[in-house]
Design a protein around this ligand. Structure first.
Ligand SMILES: Nc1nc2c(c(=O)[nH]1)N[C@H]1C(S)=C(S)[C@@H](COP(=O)(O)OP(=O)(O)OC[C@H]3O[C@@H](n4cnc5c(=O)[nH]c(N)nc54)[C@H](O)[C@@H]3O)O[C@H]1N2
Ligand SMILES: Nc1nc2c(c(=O)[nH]1)N[C@H]1C(S)=C(S)[C@@H](COP(=O)(O)OP(=O)(O)OC[C@H]3O[C@@H](n4cnc5c(=O)[nH]c(N)nc54)[C@H](O)[C@@H]3O)O[C@H]1N2
Ligand SMILES: [Mo]
Length: 764
């Protein structure tokens, strides 16, 4: 058994008093305004921050909010922003700097004892740094020398497969394209990315069912749906602009069903962030008509129960199903129908944790609605059977023809602002032959063909020595990836680790033998190349591709843009490359021109992306064109997984607090859950606490047992009573990644089981 406090000291901080209370206020509103003011002040960003916000998500020449992947308002709304977007931008625009003096003052061993909050709070990185083993410090290095070091190590490897190129989902589509081009020209498809931990399951499920691995709905559909089912997402914190869509839906009389073990803030009432009058009057709108507190992992059973009820109804009411749609566009209904009929209500109740009556209520809402949209996020994907669950969503939608028509369809909420665009533009460790052939023709390269490593396999390969170089294009792999100790072990085994970042983070300290930090421009900043100021583009959750242009003076004159850094690495690694790397970087229109040739759907990219709100990538399934083997939308027939934990075991899910952005922690508060000053907590059902002799706020030890029998422990966490289903518990990522075994990933999606950790909790 190992104690997994490593890496990352908890630092020498004194514990401030924590508190927990019931939260009764609506989502957004004044609490949000106060929280924003606090962050802006801390980052000394009040004036420039406020000015920049007015440019955010603006259709004419603003920058895309790096906060989340929710699409921009289609009505030209001038102030389309939210609390967490503002915090995220302020975080990037801070006036604090971590320059060469800072690094000269602190050894890496010392920095390693600081908290993650304090590390990032040092401010923006200002120049490239290289690790110096003699002094155990990072020291400045010239850009060219940094590129040469990377090139020299990459060229010295036995095979290109000994390097892995990670992407975090905020890289622009242009930088993404150059990054994957570099990796493939160099000779590898080792392109692990944050999607491997996020929506891999959604992509695979939608690909198999509909032939395209994306949602089909767009904002117009959100605006016209009669029923919205929202599963496994904490929208008020993680996609706050969805609150507008939900309150609008409520006002027009749509039904809104929230399915979540926790009743999250978006499932109550909201004050719409930009409705200033409502804010002044404290006027809030409900955002839910039904809340179902499903057992973690029980969504598949719930969805099947709804389908079963609809199919039962169809025996007497021919209008319960959309027969014409089913006949024309789908394949496999008979087998699915048989499966639903054969599944017993008692089993559906046991696995979902809900009563038959509750499931039937949801079914009634579904049956009465002519236009139903189903949306989901990590609560569904980070499970063993994530792919099956997303396919069950499609099954349910198909029964009533909720596809290819307004107000209907599947609508995953993506995470990072361009994570969907990263995949579209080639970040994929399993590229299709079709994609590679077209890339080869457009770029005149001979790309690597063999499939590469994803996130969990990269960790294993670093540990066993078969990957020796890790390049992180953004993100914070050391904390974001599962199994904190194992991931650290892997990174430390590397010959070279390279991180392209905006701020100091844990991944810079958990380093390879050689290590580089390469600081880049943020999305708010002016990207000036020889052809003039440059724009980049992103694709949001709903397939809209649009331009983003930063205008702020860069945090330091020595920063390079991500495309320039990639070109520098590529040239040093591939000296004979025929790819015009430098020429591309002079003018990103040139990158877009080659993307237009290489990528499906990007024809005439430069012109179309300059239209108002950009353009929507064609989603064939939306037009009822299915690139599946049958040419139709495919029903699936998955067995119901057993998700009921054994006696004494709790299913622990790891989630975000309201005041964090993935591995970036803004404060130790979680406003909508009523928690202050505490992150080392575990939310438990009161009966589960009582039966273990655990009092409110008591310190506990949490032991996770992996499938292979290995155990991982977190000690001295505080147990707090919370309204979660019995047998389940919740706590925060990234801290609790210490409990997720790297070997515990879904056999369907390869996603780590971050929402399904089997734990035992005992008083400390
Ligand atoms: N402010 C802010 N915005 C963000 C992020 C951030 O950290 N901060 N992160 C971004 C990223 S990368 C992503 S991927 C998204 C993540 O967005 P979310 O998916 O909302 O992220 P989590 O905080 O992990 O919340 C998971 C939700 O699923 C619920 N859940 C857990 N298990 C189950 C289950 O078995 N069934 C159901 N039905 N629900 C379950 C949890 O109770 C919680 O409400 O947000 C993006 N936006
Ligand atoms: N237990 C558990 N673990 C999880 C999850 C979970 O729900 N539970 N969620 C998973 C998910 S969905 C995701 S997406 C991953 C997130 O994984 P990552 O994307 O790897 O992590 P982030 O915290 O988003 O990355 C933050 C860092 O990005 C850098 N950065 C910020 N802006 C920029 C920029 O403009 N350019 C560049 N180059 N760098 C920048 C900063 O240096 C910052 O420290 O975590 C995963 N891990
Ligand atoms: Mo994500």
């Amino acid at each position: 058994m190992r104690d997994t406090v490593e890496p990352g000291g908890d630092g020498p901080e004194v514990e401030e008093a924590w508190s927990q209370e019931d939260y009764h206020h609506p989502a957004a509103g004044w609490g949000a305004a106060v929280s924003v003011a606090r962050v802006l002040t801390r980052e000394h960003a009040v004036v420039s921050g406020t000015r920049a916000m007015l440019k955010m998500n603006h259709e004419d020449g603003g920058f895309d909010c790096p906060g989340c992947a929710w699409p921009d308002a289609t009505d030209g709304l001038k102030l389309d922003l939210c609390e967490n977007g503002i915090k995220h931008v302020a975080w990037e625009m801070t006036s604090k700097r971590a320059g060469r003096e800072f690094f000269a003052q602190h050894t890496v061993s010392e920095l390693a004892t600081w908290t993650d909050f304090v590390l990032e709070d040092q401010g923006r990185l200002t120049e490239p740094m290289v690790y110096d083993a003699a002094t155990d410090r990072y020291r400045p290095i010239e850009w060219q020398a940094a590129f040469d070091l990377i090139g020299q190590v990459l060229r010295s490897l036995d095979t290109p497969g000994q390097a892995a190129f990670y992407t975090s989902g905020r890289l622009s589509t242009e930088a993404t394209f150059l990054y994957q081009l570099m990796a493939r020209e160099y000779g590898t498809n080792n392109l692990p990315d944050c999607s491997n931990m996020c929506h891999e399951a959604s992509g695979r499920a939608l690909q198999a069912a509909l032939g395209t691995g994306k949602g089909t709905a767009d904002l117009k559909d959100w605006e016209t749906a009669e029923a919205l089912f929202i599963l496994g997402v904490n929208a008020a914190s993680n996609a706050p602009r969805m609150l507008t869509a939900l309150s609008d839906a409520y006002r027009r009389g749509a039904q809104i069903v929230h399915i979540n073990p926790l009743v999250e803030a978006a499932a109550r009432r909201t004050i719409v962030p930009h409705e200033v009058v409502d804010m002044a009057l404290f006027k809030s709108t409900p955002t839910s008509t039904l809340n179902l507190q499903v057992r973690p992992g029980g969504d598949l059973a719930l969805l099947r129960g709804i389908a079963k009820a609809v199919l039962e109804e169809a025996r007497t009411d021919p209008k319960a199903l959309d027969e014409v749609f089913l006949e024309r566009h789908t394949d496999g209904l008979a087998a699915y129908q048989k499966l639903c009929e054969a599944t017993d209500w008692r089993e559906l109740e046991r696995q979902s944790g809900l009563s038959e009556a509750d499931i039937r209520r949801a079914a009634e809402i579904y049956s009465r609605s002519k236009r139903t949209l189903i949306s989901w996020c990590l609560g569904l994907t980070q499970h063993e059977h994530g792919v099956d669950t997303v396919r069950e969503i499609v099954n349910l939608l198909l029964l009533r023809g909720n596809l290819g028509r307004e107000g209907a369809g599947p609508s995953p909420v993506r995470g990072h602002s361009n994570v969907q665009g990263n995949r579209t533009c080639g970040i994929d460790h399993r590229p299709t032959t079709e994609f590679l052939d077209r890339l080869a023709a457009a770029c005149g390269i001979d790309p690597a063909r063999e499939h590469g490593l994803d996130t969990v396999r990269t960790i294993a390969a670093m540990i066993d020595g078969s990957v020796k170089v890790f390049v992180g294009m953004g993100g914070n792999f050391a904390l974001a990836a599962p199994d904190t100790a194992a991931t650290a072990d892997g990174l430390r085994h590397c010959e070279l680790t390279v991180h392209v970042s905006t701020k100091l983070n844990r991944s810079h300290l958990v380093r390879g033998r050689k290590a580089l930090i390469l600081p880049c421009l943020g999305r708010t900043e002016l990207d000036l190349q020889s052809a003039g100021p440059q724009s980049t583009s992103v694709e949001d959750s709903m397939s809209m591709v649009h331009l983003s242009r930063g205008r702020k003076r860069p945090a330091s004159p020595y920063l390079l843009s991500e495309p320039a850094i990639i070109a520098g690495m590529a040239r040093a690694t591939l000296p004979g490359s025929a790819t015009p790397w430098e020429w591309y970087v002079e003018d990103y229109d040139r990158v877009r021109d080659v993307m237009a040739k290489a990528l499906d759907g990007f024809e005439d990219f430069n012109r179309r992306v300059r239209g108002p709100l950009g353009f929507r990538l064609r989603q064939p399934a939306r037009e009822l064109v299915f690139r599946t083997p049958s040419g139709r939308a495919e029903f699936s027939t998955a067995d119901l997984p057993d998700v009921v934990p054994a006696d004494g075991v709790l299913v622990l899910q790891t989630m975000r607090s309201h005041d964090q952005w993935n591995t970036t922690i803004y404060s130790d508060d979680d406003r909508y859950r009523g928690v202050k000053n505490l992150r080392t907590l575990i939310l438990m059902n009161r009966d589960d606490m009582r039966s273990r002799g655990i009092g409110q706020g008591a310190l506990v030890d949490i032991t996770a047992t992996a499938r292979d029998g290995s155990t991982r422990v977190l000690r001295n966490y505080r147990a707090l009573r919370y309204d979660v289903p019995r047998g389940s518990a919740a706590g925060y990522m990234p801290e609790m990644n210490a409990l997720v075994a790297a070997s515990d990933y879904s056999t369907q999606s390869d996603q780590p089981l971050m929402k399904n950790i089997k734990v035992r909790v005992v008083p400390a």
